[in-house]
Design a binder for this molecule. Structure first.
Ligand code: NAD
Ligand code: UGA
Length: 463
């Protein structure tokens, strides 16, 4: 089938940027991104391109290029489903917060709702593409819902997981390491795969488009995230050992990363990985393994999460211990709240957990983040349900200016690796802080020698 009309359900961090790139690279295809969230769609349609809901370098330009031409954002879900030949499902699949599998399994209620909606509305044959990250064998459930409508419409289900990382989404989409497409190993399945390959082939070299069966594709996505997160937990485990032995984790990471079998990426020790996916996807992998009775496999992967939780907790514990075992009433400046640089996404950011621990110790937090606004920060803290919202409001203050956040503070904690932090006038910051002036660098971002020369008591991860 030659694709000329695509619908994507879910206008989030994946649906928005991915469809913007497809629209830009395939001017002959009409792409409609739909969402139930009216505010989100209104934001995507905001005439001021700087106000679209997601901050990603290069995203504004690419959205502006096609919006209103062949890229549309809409709340008219049924209409877009009806018109499309190919439908991406790109809705959220968070960890379940209730019932069986609570805290581990992926919550597939949004996926099932999409499948039911597609089944109800469709009058013509369609290709359904799982873009969301899903437990292996989810396509089976989607197929069962779609095939039991009794209206004779034929559906092909493909798995096409997304590998973009936030902060580099546009670059990752324009130049992916690979595009993975899993489909049924039947002539109809092959035809559906070929249709999707043709879309990507508008800009991705065919040798980078990998075709597999559906289950391999679904499982590869969980596995890729588990391997990436495992590297971060591995280097973070070594960072604690470095702190006891006078080894320096940056030097160790460089030394091991130069081994081409290991490679240099994802070896940056940090306060712990965050983001909406690593933890959720590993928990999902653990849950699936347990469901198959593979307890050793489950325990192996769970350790990646245990290590990450430990890394976040020991960072806040170290701040308290270093500040003479009390932070009660002390002003701690936080530089960064996003889970990594170049995104306004804060989901599972380590900063949330460090703040929560310090607020428990009665610290006052003075926060500066270039892209995260106060309502998001409060919502992140309230979500933990550690204390009432008014206590959170009293314990954290947001600043538009980093120097004001740091003024009269007892310590600075660096939680996100925003490039601009490196450019600050650190002598000026030292001058306006209480002494001794402490920096706890959770991202190993600053130059230790320079910070020590200025007079800071500077602590980074793993040295
Ligand atoms: P998100 O929460 O930013 O966006 C999901 C959107 O889907 C929301 O706007 C929500 O309102 C909408 N939605 C939910 N149910 C709907 C329905 N029935 N009809 C219409 N809209 C509906 O999530 P995200 O970060 O874009 O992630 C989406 C999926 O992609 C997840 O499975 C995630 O694991 C995966 N993924 C995310 C990333 C990432 O970097 N964020 C990268 C790769 C894969
Ligand atoms: C990650 C994967 O990199 C993407 O391939 C995947 O598509 C995505 O998850 C997903 O499925 O959602 P993302 O979470 O956006 O992307 O960002 P990463 O760059 O992977 O960073 C995740 C976390 O690990 C961040 O908190 C980051 O600061 C931390 N990290 C990363 C480290 O602490 N050290 C490193 O060396 C690398």
């Amino acid at each position: 089938m030659k694709i000329t009309n695509i619908c994507c359900i879910g206008a989030g961090y994946v649906g928005g940027p991915t469809m913007a790139v497809i629209a830009a690279k395939c001017p002959h295809i009409k792409v409609t991104v739909v969402d139930l969230n009216e505010k989100r769609i209104a934001d995507w349609n905001n005439p001021d391109i700087n106000k679209i809901p997601i901050y990603e370098p290069g995203l504004n330009e690419i959205v502006e290029k096609s919006r209103g031409k062949n890229l549309f954002f809409s709340t008219e879900v049924d209409k877009a489903i009806d018109e499309a030949q190919l439908i991406f499902i790109s809705v959220n699949t968070p960890t379940k917060t209730y019932g069986t599998g609570k805290g581990m399994a992926a919550d597939l209620k949004h996926i099932e709702l999409c499948a039911r909606q597609i089944a109800k509305v469709s009058k013509t044959d369609k290709i359904i593409v799982e873009k969301s990250t899903l437990p292996v064998r989810t396509a089976e459930a989607i197929k069962s819902i779609l095939d039991n409508t009794g209206n004779g419409v034929q559906f092909q289900i493909l798995s096409n997981p997304e590998f973009l990382a936030e902060g580099t989404a546009v670059q990752d989409l324009l130049n992916p390491d690979r595009v993975l497409i899993g489909g049924e190993t039947t002539p109809k399945g092959d035809e559906a795969i070929a249709s999707l390959v043709e879309v990507y082939a508008n800009w991705v070299p065919e040798e980078r488009i990998l075709k597999t069966n559906v289950w391999s594709s679904e499982l590869s996505k969980l596995t890729a995230n588990a391997f990436l997160a495992q590297r971060v937990s591995s280097i973070n485990a070594i960072s604690e050992l470095c702190e006891k032995t006078e080894a320096n984790v940056n030097e160790v990471a460089k030394a091991i990363g130069m081994d081409s079998r290991i490679g240099s990426k994802f070896l940056k020790a940090s306060v712990g990985f965050g983001g909406s996916c690593f933890q959720k996807d590993i928990l999902n992998l653990v849950y699936i393994s347990k469901a198959f009775g593979l307890n050793e496999v489950a325990d192996y992967w769970e350790q990646v999460i245990i290590m990450n939780d430990h890394q976040k907790r020991r960072f806040s514990k170290n701040i308290v211990q270093t500040l003479y075992n009390t932070v009660s009433g002390k002003k701690i400046a936080f530089l960064g709240w996003a889970f990594k640089k170049d995104t306004n996404d804060t989901r599972e950011s380590a900063a949330i957990y460090v703040a929560d621990d310090l607020i428990n110790e009665q610290a006052k937090i003075a926060l500066y983040d270039p892209k995260v606004e106060r309502p998001q920060v409060l919502s992140d803290l309230n979500y933990l349900e550690t204390r009432c919202s008014s206590q959170n409001e009293d314990s954290i203050q947001n600043f538009k200016n980093p120097y004001e956040a740091c003024e009269n503070s007892h310590a600075i904690a660096i939680l996100t690796e925003w490039d601009e932090f490196k450019e600050y006038d650190w002598q000026k910051i030292y001058n306006i802080m209480l002494k001794p002036a402490f920096i706890f660098d959770g991202r190993n971002l600053l130059d230790a020698k320079k910070m020590n020369e200025i007079g800071f008591v500077y602590q980074s991860i793993g040295s």
